[in-house]
Design a protein around this ligand. Structure first.
Ligand code: 13P
Length: 287
């Protein structure tokens, strides 16, 4: 069932668990995540970065694929199709294409411009029943060629954006996309606590879910994080399983070169990773 992320995140916030956002790259990725969510009776958010949207031949292709797959696979758990780190233009295109949830990442603008653009999108998303995620304080690391320095958000700016009526708020708290460096300082829980104190019951979003230790994830959830984004970890699991298949020479035995066989171990690896994250986030059985 394709829905906005509002209700699932309100429930997650009240129930002290988090819903996973898993980014998709192709049909196999989407199918693996949807089937796992259904098997685990978990709500789920499918994330689509602008780069991945382009790779999959545009947002309309993505929206139609996801809707058709939900129907053909008989997926009854709540699924949100969410633009990840959208530009203002990207947000408009995804609204038109039929996404159920939008992230507008205005964190690289001045706070005034971030507020102005977010406000406009709040009105548009509200009128269509879509959920909207905003961001304050850019997330570090590299995503789609954009390298963010990784800031710690100003809690007062978070409050200003939250007060615009967004559905959920992403705030930089020392988290980064991709693998964490050896000397990573960890998450700033003081900042997270302050942000939640000022924003009341606003569901908070933790980006860069790959590689954050389980105890930090649990603590972040206890402080108001209700949505956790995971991308790199599924990619690493897919690549490792595919490598193992090829290194074992399985593609050269019988019909092992058939993409339906060649991609099967990677597909299963994504399913296992998503299940593991859902267990950690506490969303299993919450659909
Ligand atoms: P990772 O790739 O580090 O898991 O981050 C995903 C993310 O935050 C997408 O917005």
């Amino acid at each position: 069932m394709l829905v906005s992320a509002k209700e699932m995140l309100t429930k997650a916030h009240a129930g002290h668990y988090a819903v996973g956002q898993f980014n998709i790259n192709n049909l196999e990725w989407t199918k693996a995540i949807l089937l796992t969510a259904q098997e685990q009776k978990s709500p789920v958010i499918l994330g689509v970065s602008e780069g991945a949207g382009k790779y999959m031949c545009g947002y309309k292709t993505v929206a139609n694929m996801v809707k058709a797959m939900i129907d053909e696979l008989g997926i009854t758990v709540p699924v949100a199709l969410h633009l990840d780190h959208g530009s203002y233009e990207g947000a408009k295109k995804c609204i038109e294409a039929g996404f159920s949830s939008i992230m507008f990442d205005g964190s690289h603008y001045s706070i005034e411009e971030n507020i102005a653009k977010t406000k406009e999108l709040v009105a548009e998303c509200d009128s269509l029943g879509l959920s909207l995620e905003a961001e304050v304080g850019s997330i570090g690391g590299e995503e789609d060629g954009v390298v963010g320095a990784g800031e710690v958000a100003d809690p007062n700016e978070c409050k200003m954006i939250a007060d615009l009526g967004v559905t959920m708020l992403a705030a930089g708290i020392g988290n980064i996309h991709g693998k964490y460096p050896e000397n990573w300082a960890g998450l700033s829980f003081d900042t997270l606590a302050k942000i939640q104190e000022l924003t009341g019951d606003m569901p908070l979003v933790l980006h860069g879910g790959t590689g954050i230790p389980a105890d930090m994830i649990k603590k972040a959830i206890s402080l108001g994080v209700s949505k956790i984004n995971v991308n790199t970890e599924c990619q690493l699991a897919f690549a490792a399983a595919t490598r193992e298949y090829i290194e074992a020479g399985k593609d050269q035995s019988g019909k092992g070169f058939d993409p339906r066989k060649l991609l099967a171990p990677g597909f299963e690896a994504i399913k296992a990773t998503v299940k593991e994250k859902m267990e950690l986030f506490g969303s299993i059985g919450k659909a």
